[in-house]
Write a protein that binds this ligand. Structure first.
Ligand SMILES: C[S@@+](CC[C@H](N)C(=O)[O-])C[C@H]1O[C@@H](n2cnc3c(N)ncnc32)[C@H](O)[C@@H]1O
Length: 349
C-alpha cells in the first residue's frame, strides 16, 4: 500500500472532489484498503465526502464503531447531511440496529424521498418478505377467482396473474403497451374507472357472475380509490375479495396528494381510514409487502349504500388529513399482518 506521503505527492494540487472520486472508485472495485489509505492521507482536509468514504472503507474493514464515529463527525457538523444519513442508516441496518436505521432513514426521506436505495432499505426493514406481485400470485393460487377485475393495468404485470379467471377484465385509460402474457379471457377497457362503471353493468361485463377478486391499483387519489371500491363492491358477492395497492406510504412526502417524488403512493391510504369508520362491517387487513403494502378487504356487502350516499361528506372529511405516522407504526385501522403464509391466511378469513 502506498504511504501517505506518496499519495499526497501523487494528488498534489487536486481538490477533495477528485480524491473522493478516486476513493469511491476504489470502493466500487473492492479495494477498500486503498480507499482507506487515500482518505487517511488527506484526513486533514476534513471534507465531509472524504470522511464518509473513509467511514465506508473503515466499516468494510470491520471497524464498525470507528466507522460510525466518522459518520457522527459529519452529522455533528451538519445534522441533515443527506449522504451521512444514508451511510448511517445502512451501517445501523447491517448492525441490526433497526430503530436507529429507521430514524436515519426517516430524516433522509423527509428531505429527499428519492435518495437512491433509501426507500428500498426502508421497505426491507418494515416490509420484509415477498414483493406485492409474489403475494398477489399466491392470492390467485389460493382464491382461484373465476372472475377478476383490475383497475390500473399499466403494462399488464398483475392482470397476467389472473390465469384461473374465465373472465379477466382490466381498466386503464393509458394506452401503455402490454408486456406480459395476459390470460386468454382478458379484456381491456381503455377508459377511466369512473367512466367504466358508468358505461357498463356487471351483467354486460361478467354475465351472471359476481366478480370474485378485484385489484384496485388505478389513480393514487383517495376519492378515486373510494369510488373504485364502492362500485366494485356492488359487482361483488359476500364471498368476494377486494385488494387495494399503495395504501402504506411509510413516509409523508410519498403520501401527499400532489406528487413530490418519483416513488409516490398519493393519499389512497385515506380509504382505509374511511372504510374502517363508515363500514365497520368490513374485514380490513394489511399485508406488509414491498413497496407499499396490500390491503385486503373481505365480508363485502354488495347492497351497502352508505359510501355512495355519503361520498362527498367522506371525501371532504379526509381531504386535509396528512400522513403523520412513523414507518413502523401504522394506525390501528390498518390491522397490519406479517408478510408470510400465515398473514395471508389471516387476511383471507
Ligand atoms: C401503478 S399502475 C398499475 C400497475 C399494475 N397494476 C401493476 O401492478 O403492475 C397505475 C395505473 O393506473 C392507471 N390509472 C390512472 N388513473 C386511472 C383511472 N382513473 N382509472 C383507471 N386506471 C387509472 C394509470 O394509467 C396506470 O397505468
Amino acid at each position: 500500500m502506498a504511504e501517505a506521503g506518496v499519495l499526497r505527492a501523487a494528488f498534489a494540487g487536486q481538490g477533495p472532489a477528485e480524491i473522493v472520486f478516486v476513493a469511491q472508485q476504489c470502493l466500487e472495485s473492492g479495494a477498500w484498503d486503498q480507499a482507506l489509505a487515500l482518505c487517511e492521507a488527506f484526513e486533514a482536509t476534513n471534507d465531509p465526502a472524504l470522511l464518509l468514504c473513509r467511514a465506508v472503507a473503515t466499516f468494510v474493514a470491520g471497524e464498525r464503531q470507528a466507522a460510525l464515529e466518522l459518520v457522527g463527525r459529519v452529522r455533528r457538523e451538519q445534522p441533515a447531511h443527506l449522504s451521512a444519513l444514508a451511510v448511517e442508516a445502512q451501517m445501523l441496518a447491517r448492525l441490526g440496529n433497526r430503530a436507529g436505521a429507521l430514524g436515519s432513514l426517516q430524516s433522509l426521506l423527509d428531505r429527499y424521498p428519492d435518495y437512491p436505495g433509501a426507500q428500498a432499505l426502508l421497505c426491507s426493514l418494515v416490509m420484509p418478505g415477498p414483493h406485492y406481485r409474489a403475494v398477489l400470485t399466491e392470492l390467485h393460487a389460493r382464491l382461484k377467482p373465476k372472475t377478476y377485475l383490475e383497475i390500473g393495468v399499466e403494462s399488464g404485470a398483475t392482470l397476467a396473474l389472473a390465469q384461473t379467471a374465465q373472465i379477466a377484465v382490466g381498466v386503464d385509460p393509458a394506452d401503455v403497451p402490454v408486456k406480459h402474457a395476459l390470460p386468454k379471457s382478458a379484456r381491456l377497457f381503455r377508459e377511466e374507472s369512473d367512466q367504466f362503471f358508468r358505461d357498463h353493468t356487471r351483467e354486460s361485463v361478467f354475465g351472471a357472475h359476481p366478480v370474485d377478486l378485484v385489484f384496485i391499483d388505478g389513480m393514487h387519489r383517495f376519492e378515486n380509490a373510494l369510488s373504485d371500491f364502492l362500485h366494485a363492491e356492488r359487482w361483488a358477492s359476500s364471498a368476494s375479495t377486494i385488494v387495494f395497492h399503495d395504501c402504506v406510504p411509510l413516509v409523508a412526502r410519498t403520501a401527499a396528494r400532489e406528487r413530490q417524488s418519483n416513488f409516490w403512493v398519493g393519499d389512497t391510504w385515506k380509504v382505509v381510514l374511511a372504510l374502517a369508520q363508515y363500514r365497520p362491517d368490513l374485514r380490513i387487513r394489511t399485508l406488509l409487502c414491498a413497496p407499499s403494502g396490500l390491503v385486503v378487504v373481505r365480508r363485502l356487502d354488495p347492497r351497502a349504500s352508505v359510501l355512495s350516499e355519503r361520498f362527498l361528506e367522506i371525501v371532504s372529511r379526509f381531504a386535509d388529513l396528512e400522513w403523520s405516522h412513523a414507518p413502523d407504526a401504522l394506525p390501528p385501522e390498518f390491522s397490519p399482518l406479517p408478510n408470510d403464509a400465515g398473514g395471508l391466511s389471516d387476511a383471507l378469513r
